[in-house]
Design a protein around this ligand. Structure first.
Ligand code: SF4
Length: 183
């Protein structure tokens, strides 16, 4: 199985807690004005890489922490689920970014979206909004984005924000979600 990647790095300290390997997927449907990673938007860009190759490179580096970013990771949910499941067997801590909201992902028709969610520790959700841009907040670009405790949220059937990674903005009430994109 192949996954389309924009890039793949190790030793990141800005894509989640600790020192992490980061898998940047290629292709994003959100087209946020002010996107920080516009090269990752075209679906025909980047490189096709075997999922096994990605798993091996992560295990070899052995950081025990991985983040999926993009692009839009959940467009390639089956490939990332395959990677995530293998890493979870090795005790990895897994975070993912998404331009979709948690609520939109919960309604998704692709069964691999739910499977991928089931492997994650933290999800940072929501599109990037210039009008809500804030350089001071933890791990996010705009204040509508939430740091979500995925196991607690799946158990509760609703979004539960992380109590571990807290800043004042992550404690704000949920934004209006009328611009959810259904996929
Ligand atoms: S979701 Fe992320 S990668 Fe996609 S357009 Fe928005 S900022 Fe860019």
């Amino acid at each position: 199985m192949k996954i389309r990647l924009a890039s793949f790095i190790h030793d990141s300290i800005v894509d989640g807690q600790g020192i992490r390997s980061v898998v940047f997927t290629q292709g994003c449907p959100h087209n946020c004005p002010g996107c920080h990673n516009q090269k990752s938007i075209p679906f025909d860009g980047g490189d096709l890489v075997s999922v096994e190759e990605v798993i091996e490179a992560i295990l070899e580096k052995d950081l025990k922490k991985v983040t999926f970013s993009g692009g839009e990771p959940f467009v390639q949910a089956e490939q990332l689920y395959t990677i995530a499941k293998r890493l979870k067997e090795e005790g990895y801590n897994l975070w993912s970014y998404t331009g979709f909201t948690f609520e939109a992902l919960m309604r998704h028709r692709d069964p691999f979206v739910a499977k991928l969610l089931s492997q994650l520790d933290i999800l940072i959700d929501g599109r990037f909004y210039m009008r809500k841009k804030n350089l001071e907040i933890l791990y996010r670009g705009s204040t509508n984005q939430r740091i979500i405790d995925v196991p607690a949220s799946l158990a509760a059937g609703k979004c539960i924000k992380s109590s571990e990674f807290v800043d004042p903005q992550n404690l704000e009430e949920t934004e209006d979600r009328t611009d959810d994109i259904f996929i």
